[in-house]
Design a protein around this ligand. Structure first.
Ligand SMILES: C[S@@+](CC[C@H](N)C(=O)[O-])C[C@H]1O[C@@H](n2cnc3c(N)ncnc32)[C@H](O)[C@@H]1O
Length: 234
């Protein structure tokens, strides 16, 4: 059984078997600072102006979520995609490894607790998407905003996200694609983050039951919309 010191360690850095990047999200300070970073991050990472409004317009324009749909926001942090979906009237299960992130997300989004004026709502839950036991085909859509880069097992994460989609369901990915630069190599070192920078072709190969419908690269930032096939092989 964990002693008090071990329990404190788990609270701030999470369970064992996570990447350093995943563990960094357990610190309450990271959670409090995350939203400010998120507002600027895509512009910095893409190397050109790219604000949250443009990201929202891209996602909403391509995925066109509809009121009453069920969406999973996989690695929600402070709930950027979850809030967009709830404001459209969708029911969202917003999950994250980090209780600190979810506490901050709930604090920032009180209006979505019991259904807003358009009827959407968000449930926040601690979950590792790489090991999720959600029912097959439960969701109309899954959003993955930069979570893929942090995962310990990105192939398993993608399989877990695709499995819970219903036939015809949408998978929205935003991630940093492989560019092979020195910074990416540095951040891939386990103690410096253990980040993964996947190649889009590798991502597609992990999703055999899905079809890539839209793909867009803005510098290193990659947006993809997959749709799960309605026909499964016999
Ligand atoms: C880069 S942040 C992105 C947050 C959010 N999707 C957005 O677009 O702003 C990644 C988040 O995913 C969470 N995360 C990483 N791996 C995860 C996993 N296997 N299961 C659930 N959450 C995960 C982290 O705790 C972190 O809060």
């Amino acid at each position: 059984m964990d002693g008090p010191a071990q329990r404190k360690e788990n609270l701030n850095s999470g369970p064992p078997g996570l990447t350093a990047a995943q563990r960094s999200n357990f610190a309450p300070l990271t959670a409090r600072a995350y939203t400010a970073w998120r507002q600027r991050s895509l512009g910095l990472l893409a190397g050109r102006p790219f604000g949250l409004e443009r990201e929202a317009a891209l996602f909403m324009g391509l995925c066109q979520p509809r009121p009453g749909e069920w969406w999973l926001d996989a690695g929600t942090s402070t709930g950027y995609y979850a809030a967009l979906l709830a404001e459209t009237g969708c029911h969202v299960l917003a999950v994250d490894l980090s209780p600190a992130m979810l506490a901050e997300a709930a604090r920032q989004n009180p209006q979505h607790r019991d259904g807003g004026h358009v009827g959407g709502h968000i449930d926040w839950a601690v979950m590792n998407v790489e090991r999720n036991d959600l029912p097959d085909g439960r969701f109309d859509g899954v959003t993955v905003g930069a979570t893929l880069n942090e995962t310990n097992d990105p192939a398993r994460f993608l399989r877990g996200a695709a499995r819970v989609l219903c036939p015809g369901g949408q998978l929205w990915l935003m991630y940093l694609r492989r560019t092979g630069g020195p910074l990416q190599r540095l951040l891939s070192v386990p103690v410096l983050g253990g980040l993964t920078f996947p190649d889009p072709a590798w991502v597609a190969a992990q999703l055999p039951e899905c079809v890539l419908v839209h793909g867009l690269s803005v510098g290193a930032v990659r947006f993809e919309r997959y749709v799960k096939s309605c026909v499964t092989s016999l």
